[in-house]
Design a protein around this ligand. Sequence first.
Ligand code: PMP
Length: 410
Amino acid sequence: MYHSNIQTHRKDFPILQRSIYDKPFVYLDNAATTQKPDVVVEKIRNGYYSVNANIHRGVHFLSRAATEAHEEARRTVQRFIHARTPGEIIFTRGATEAINLVASCFADAFLEEGDEVILSEMEHHANIVPWQIQAARRKIALRIVPINDKGELCLDDYRRLFSPRTRLVALAHVSNVLGTVNPAEELIAIAHSHDVPVLLDGAQAVPHMHIDVEQLDVDFYVFSSHKIYGPTGIGVLYGKERWLDAFPPYQGGGEMIASVSFEKTVFNELPFKFEAGTPDYIGSTAFAEALRYVEKVGIDAIAAYEQELLDYATAKLRALDAPIRIFGEASHKSAVLSFLIDGIHPYDTGMLLDRLGIAVRTGHHCAQPLMKVLGIEGTVRASFAFYNTRDEIDALSNSLQQVVKMFVRK
Ligand code: PMP
């Protein structure tokens, strides 16, 4: 049933109709960012044309309307990830800022010299560098979970990394390079058995699978709007209330205060304590529109269809007449396919595919430590969204075959 809807859904994304170098545009760079359906773009246009006024504290009509829209957007996010209260949903600029917020506030509140934070070899730089900054400031140690040959976390090593000084675990829910879907519930249960909280980087998970933060019992969960069909520049930190309450503020300014005097400032309640300054209240409503769009298509239908695309693409690439290596062969994988063709630099592959109208990403994908573990400089990465088709995957594999031929001829 779903397959028959795909062309209808594609029409919701005007950019997919365009051509590049007179060729049909094949967009396979969805892990970097997704395209936007017209309802999202329309929401931004309508927001600025009809509902634009700074939110909170305004008595006039538009300010109240914009405030209500922003807070409704927060409730939409809350519903989407099944959080307990809207106060646990903090709007940030994206997953990166959300992780920085946790790293900074958690360190301020709880970390002392000699404490330890557990990360893994497959982390995006966004979930490494903020911890390194705190490690340098506070002389804490980072403990790194290794991966196995299939690109899965080594759970026995993970178990062994806990010590009496472990204070936090921060792991990708889904790897942006390998596509590995980490066993979140198990990872969290293990950490909680040591009384250690867990942050999951859900940037690559939320667009592709049903997320229930309450069921996961995760302490912090972060993701970005732009990777789930929403606008750029906005994202989410979910945090359990008791942690967020215990955090000091992240930034100071308007919105995040209850009262200010030069003698004493009282901070606002959640979530506003963490939202200093004018928030992206137009972006939040467009983001919520994107989530509603996903709900309408159905996240389970999306997950099932993308899995088919991934299986199809993996089989197609394996069948190429070329020495191809696929990175990431976890038993539970999301719609990301990283590969290298022996003897062809990933940038060359990417540039030649581009000339054929196909957008893929090449390079280290902001995961240089993982590249080091894999012993490579970078990969070619095709990443899928529910609007991609088998025809587009055929285009990818046919074009790759052409690329191989060009290199063999040289
Ligand atoms: N974590 C992962 C796993 C990612 O793939 C990305 C984006 N590539 C990020 C974090 C950072 O997201 P953003 O740039 O939207 O803050």
